[in-house]
Design a binder for this molecule. Structure first.
Ligand code: HEC
Length: 264
């Protein structure tokens, strides 16, 4: 499988994308278009982390993406925020009449699909369920692996897990720019330039650790959006299990009682 993927990739393009620090084989075996994904430690029960993630989301993502299966009021409740705090710090959009979006509204934006298609060639997708369709690891790695790519005219930016993505690197100021590291590898007499990793080209305003922490919070928030009742489900699940366990013990005693005389 990995050999097959390698040769197809080589035919399709002379550059094979592999993330650094992973052996080719294991990288190809992993998901996400043949690239090993990083797994962030996210906790959708941590309201502070979700609040920080929501902040990044409304400030840097909602200009293009919506999450309009979800209401701000629901987010406020789940993240432990008052409606006033939410309106002040998280709602930056306006409704059709030009007034600030209401707290009970869906998390939509003003970008029309026509505009999106014109500007990017594709409409920036609704991100409410992306943590389910792509997975949290994918989103996390995606946000960390934008890099400068001279071969992409126009945009000049590419992404390791989503090659050819139409999205710009919107968090570049924080992360700084990364550039690819190439290595010439020979296989079956054919020399190929293989991308073996990324290195920092320019400094961002954040250290790599701070950037990772920010993207972790953002990923946690997107994971929460895609499954808002997970915490509640787990809480209820605990009591249901406890109840069933208690009932099992009672039932066992009841059975002892019924069979007492028959056994004799
Ligand atoms: C300037 C507009 C713009 C902004 C701002 C933006 N994106 Fe995007 N994003 C796009 C476009 C366009 C695509 C579609 C890319 C494609 O399919 O080629 C996309 C795709 C994505 C995808 C892949 C979705 C999928 O399933 O294919 C994710 C995840 C994503 N964006 C996350 C984010 C996050 C998180 C932020 C905020 C930090 C953000 N985006 C900000 C334009 C934007």
């Amino acid at each position: 499988m990995s050999a097959l993927t390698m040769s197809t990739l080589r035919k399709a393009q002379s550059i094979v994308l592999i993330v650094a620090s992973t052996v080719a084989g294991s990288a190809l075996a992993a998901g996400g278009g043949g690239v090993a994904l990083e797994t962030p430690i996210i906790d959708t029960g941590n309201q502070k982390s979700l609040q920080r993630g929501a902040q990044v989301f409304v400030n840097h993502c909602m200009g293009c993406h919506t999450a309009d299966y979800h209401r701000y009021s629901r987010m406020a409740k789940d993240l432990g925020l008052s409606e006033e705090e939410t309106l002040e710090n998280f709602v930056f959009t306006t409704d059709k009449s030009g007034e600030q979006t209401k707290v009970g509204s869906l998390m939509a934006n003003a970008m029309t699909t026509d505009y999106g298609r014109q500007a990017f060639g594709v409409v920036p997708p609704n991100l409410a369920l992306t943590a389910r369709s792509r997975g949290a690891d994918w989103i996390y790695t995606y946000m960390k692996t934008f890099y400068l790519d001279e071969e992409r005219g126009g945009v000049g930016v590419n992404n390791v897990v989503y090659p050819g993505a139409a999205m710009p690197h919107v968090l570049w100021e924080y992360q700084g720019w990364q550039k690819p590291v190439y290595e010439v590898q020979e296989q079956d007499g054919v020399e190929t330039k293989v991308m073996v990793g990324l290195e920092q080209a320019t400094e961002g305003t954040m250290s790599p650790e701070e950037y990772d922490a920010m993207v972790t919070d953002l990923t946690a928030f997107l994971a929460y959006l895609s499954d808002p009742i997970k915490q509640q489900r787990q809480r209820i699940g605990f009591w249901v299990m406890l109840f069933l366990f208690g009932m099992a013990i009672l039932t066992w005693f009841l059975k002892q009682e019924y069979w007492k005389d028959i056994r004799k």
